[in-house]
Unconditional design. Structure first.
Length: 148
């Protein structure tokens, strides 16, 4: 039991993960809520601007938008810049050679942002397994595929 508590206190060890929207949307699930909360409180999570925009798009009112934006601003930031865009293009090129490049642009940007900062990606989306084959980041599933 002590091991579970230790894991909940620092779910991703000493690393920081860039969070994808696919993980963000499932954070409330009872199977991951405790670890998610511990990682948030331990400042182990970062968001790219692409993910922030995806999350803010779901706001249902201006008040909801402002509340959500304030909460997102509390998290670490994994900025998007020309280096990230160049890395995303390189990944897209590599996957196009394999005819498996039809991945949402935001996923390319999240993965490239993680690589540029030597971080990993927390997600619930098979696209990141593909991206991890052509970029240098660890693909970290929020929970095993198909369980949430």
């Amino acid at each position: 039991m002590g091991r579970q508590v230790e894991r909940a206190e620092k779910p991703y060890g000493d690393r920081v993960v860039v969070v994808d929207k696919s993980a963000w949307e499932r954070a409330h699930h009872p199977h991951v809520r405790e670890e998610w909360t511990a990682a948030m409180l331990g400042r182990q999570m970062a968001l790219s601007s692409a993910t922030k925009l995806e999350i803010l798009y779901s706001a249902r009112s201006s008040e909801d938008f402002d509340r959500l934006a304030a909460a997102l601003d509390e998290l670490r930031h994994a900025p998007l810049d020309e280096g990230v865009a160049r890395t995303a293009r390189g990944a897209m090129r590599a996957l196009a050679r394999r005819a498996s490049h039809r991945i949402p642009i935001a996923d390319y940007l999240v993965a490239a942002s993680a690589q540029e900062r030597s971080l990993d990606v927390l997600h619930y989306d098979h696209h990141f397994d593909l991206l991890a084959e052509v970029l240098t980041f660890d693909s970290v599933w929020l929970a095993p595929p198909g369980t949430l």
